[in-house]
Design a protein around this ligand. Structure first.
Ligand code: SAM
Length: 284
């Protein structure tokens, strides 16, 4: 049977009881709509026996849904009163499942160890750090096989963008180093309290079975950063700093089979990996 989720009345009561006022700096917009939680859970496509990592559980809207759908939930929350309250909320609304929840009071950007290897990431991410958190977790926890995150809609578009698209950029390439990324829907503002100024998007990712290439990730990412730092420049010019000089960049690009007159926004992650491989062969 479907278990009750937190609606506007419960969320407000919890916030009042804790004496908290949602803060913008921590991206605190709490979901007050059970249907949105059900949508997120369905889009996450959790299998049997999953250990789900949730970042920013807040007052627990999504956490309760995850407790119903997962074997274990590890929730990382930076705000102490919220982290302290969450186990009590789980006890109150999911007494028979509360022991599946582990709460860690920490900045998700700094998490290095978790009590269990997470198989999935399901989160309504704090908007101001959504991309760095996602990339950090994908890099740090290879056990994360798939996930569904809610982010600002423009960030969702950017993460899922293909080469040549206007919004294709650093987040698109770096995310696709790890995973296949797709946009899985749009969420209106009114499902949150307080309502944010802009709509949200759902992003689904599935980790690649095979790495893109056998090459140092940091060398690839440095080339990506350089290519997009000067978006309007040719790769030969934009990668001059990365390669040591424009001439060296030109040679590396030629060796990688990529036109030095091309722009970075046209290249996919495989092409960036080839550039890094050629750079490594040239001694970078
Ligand atoms: N999951 C809840 C929901 O859907 O109602 C809350 C989502 S709210 C958009 C983002 C949450 O992330 C807040 O609870 C905030 O305190 C927390 N947060 C912000 N920055 C964080 C960070 N660096 N690490 C962990 N949690 C963070």
């Amino acid at each position: 049977a479907a278990r009750p989720l937190l609606g506007p009345a419960e969320i407000r009561a919890l916030a009042e009881q804790l004496g908290i006022r949602p803060t913008k700096t921590l991206g605190q917009n709490f979901v007050i709509d059970p249907n949105t939680i059900r949508r997120i859970i369905a889009a996450a496509r959790l299998g049997a026996g999953e250990t789900v990592l949730e970042v920013g559980p807040g007052l627990g809207s999504l956490t309760l849904g995850l407790l119903d759908a997962a074997e274990q939930v590890v929730a990382v929350e930076i705000d102490p009163p919220l982290a302290e309250q969450l186990p009590r909320t789980a006890e109150r609304f999911r007494p028979e499942r509360a022991d599946r929840l582990t709460v860690i009071e920490q900045d998700a950007l700094r998490v290095q160890e978790l009590p269990a290897a997470p198989s999935a990431l399901v989160a309504n991410l704090p908007y101001n750090v959504a991309v760095p958190v996602l990339l950090h977790l994908l890099g740090r926890f290879p056990s994360l096989r798939h996930g569904l995150v809610m982010v600002q809609e423009e960030v969702a578009d950017r993460l899922a963008a293909a080469p040549g698209s206007k919004v294709y950029g650093v987040p698109s390439v770096k995310a696709s180093w790890y995973a296949e990324v797709t946009k899985a829907g749009t969420i209106g503002k009114n499902v949150f309290w307080p309502a944010p100024k802009i709509a949200s998007g759902l992003v689904r990712f599935v980790r690649r079975d095979e790495p893109v290439a056998a090459v140092d990730r940091d060398l690839v990412f440095a080339a990506v950063d350089a290519a997009f730092a000067q978006r309007r420049k040719t790769l030969r010019a934009a990668l001059a700093g990365w390669a040591g000089s424009a001439a060296a960049a030109g040679e590396i690009l030629e060796a990688a089979g990529i036109d030095p007159g091309e722009r970075g926004e046209k290249l996919d992650v495989h092409q960036f990996a080839r550039i890094a491989q050629a750079g490594a062969a040239a001694g970078l």
